[in-house]
Design a protein around this ligand. Structure first.
Ligand code: PYC
Length: 406
């Protein structure tokens, strides 16, 4: 019996433990960002760390995104940052000793107009200058990559060219969350689920801890690594963030034979499609055009998104949609994240504002946020993402490549 119990304990992904009254660092949010920060802090020797998650780990955006990885952004800071993240993802399964099912099957962004081609060319050239593999390809090459596409001139918006980004692909999002949680726990991080933060305590301009549904926890550093609730947690510390929250929906079909290798994105059609290893088509669009905290799926989204997906892939017309879901996304005015300290409260660190692009960013955001906390210095690669950029009139201008329909 004792042997059986110890076997069971050994198989747990992370060890449950009592909540202590004090930690050096408390991270609010047990999604991929919070867990990556915790893991990277522990690697740097900061192990007195607690991750507080009000639900189960990965319950928010980390479990609801469509797991696309790419670094074909438009601005220099964006490309450099996401490329660092992609490179960490390339060796993360080995580092975490956990199969993450990362598949670099490529990423295609279509242009349907001359202006669209110019936009993609700017991205291709910025990518290439910064060493990122991405280039414009013509219809012949597109047809070789995805024979199922409708490349005729029959659609309302015929495809004219594409930005091809071979290192892009998809990863198993739950596995990434579990892998980080297990690795962080093995290095001494405490992961507390079912613990909701109800207040952030501040005294003399510095954070002193958090209030939770399980009592007060003291900490010298509190990290806001939430998605969807970033403004709520920040407001508890008296910090206002320039963020508006929107739902983002997606759906998945029944499994089909393989018809699609790369991820397909069309800004003009406001749609993206990829096929999972199991054969399902994952279909999504842009954020819903209204601010809300709702997790409800809607019929208008289903109707319009399917219609647009079928303009690209008419062969999928008879596929049945099995599931549809929504997550909530924190959008900043320039579609860039906010990472770093905040001027109002010492010890309050934010890793927020990840819009619809947070999952692919987590490894680099985790590593660099941990470095900031451990050393007190802002690493160069995240310096453009500080909150001060809004007051200093230095927005990022990443809207063109950050999301689906821009
Ligand atoms: O940034 O690649 C992306 C993306 C896909 C779906 C939502 N965001």
């Amino acid at each position: 019996m004792v042997a059986l119990l110890s076997l069971f304990r050994k198989q747990r992904m992370w060890s449950p433990e009592e909540i202590r009254p004090r930690y050096d660092v408390v991270i609010v949010g047990g999604g991929v960002h919070g867990l990556a920060i915790a893991y990277e802090l522990a690697k740097l020797g900061v192990t007195d760390v607690a991750v507080l998650e009000k639900s189960y780990i990965g319950a928010g955006g980390s479990g609801r995104n469509t797991a696309i990885i790419r670094s074909n952004y438009r601005t220099e800071p964006g490309v450099e940052f996401y490329d660092e993240s992609l490179k960490i993802y390339e060796q993360l399964a080995v580092e975490l000793d956990y199969n993450l099912l990362f598949s670099q099957h490529g990423h295609l962004t279509f242009a349907h107009t001359e202006a669209g081609i110019v936009g993609l060319r700017v991205r291709a050239e910025t990518n290439q200058v910064l060493g990122v593999n991405s280039r414009i390809i013509d219809l012949k090459e597109i047809a070789e990559l995805v024979p199922a596409l409708d490349l005729s001139d029959r659609p309302r918006h015929p495809i004219m060219a594409a930005l091809y980004h071979p290192p892009g692909g998809t990863i198993r999002h739950d596995a990434v969350v579990w892998g980080y949680a297990r690795a962080a726990s093995r290095r001494g991080v405490a992961i507390h689920t079912g613990v909701e933060v109800t207040g952030v305590n501040v005294a003399d301009g510095a954070v002193t801890g958090v209030e939770t549904n399980r009592g007060t926890i003291h900490a010298g550093v509190v990290v806001n690594a939430t998605a969807g609730w970033a403004t709520t947690i920040a407001a508890m510390a008296g910090v206002r963030l320039p963020i508006v929250t929107h739902p983002l929906q997606a759906m998945v079909t029944e499994p089909l034979k393989p018809i699609l290798n790369p991820v397909l994105v069309s800004a003009t059609l406001h749609v993206y499609v990829n096929q999972t290893d199991r054969g399902e088509l994952v279909i999504g669009s842009e954020i819903d055009p209204y601010s809300s905290y709702s997790h409800r799926s809607t019929l208008p989204f289903l109707e319009s998104t399917v219609r647009h997906a079928l303009e690209l892939l008419p062969a999928a017309a008879n596929a049945r949609v099995l599931r549809q879901w929504a997550g909530i996304c924190d959008m900043t005015p320039d579609f860039g994240p906010i990472i770093g300290t905040v001027p109002e409260v010492r010890g309050f660190v934010v890793d927020v504002g990840w819009g619809t692009y947070g999952f692919k960013a987590a490894p680099a955001a985790g590593r660099r946020t941990a470095e900031l906390i451990a050393t007190g210095r802002t690493p160069d690669v995240i310096a453009p993402f500080t909150i001060e950029r809004f007051a200093n009139n230095q927005p990022l201008g990443e809207k063109a490549a950050a999301a689906v329909s821009h």
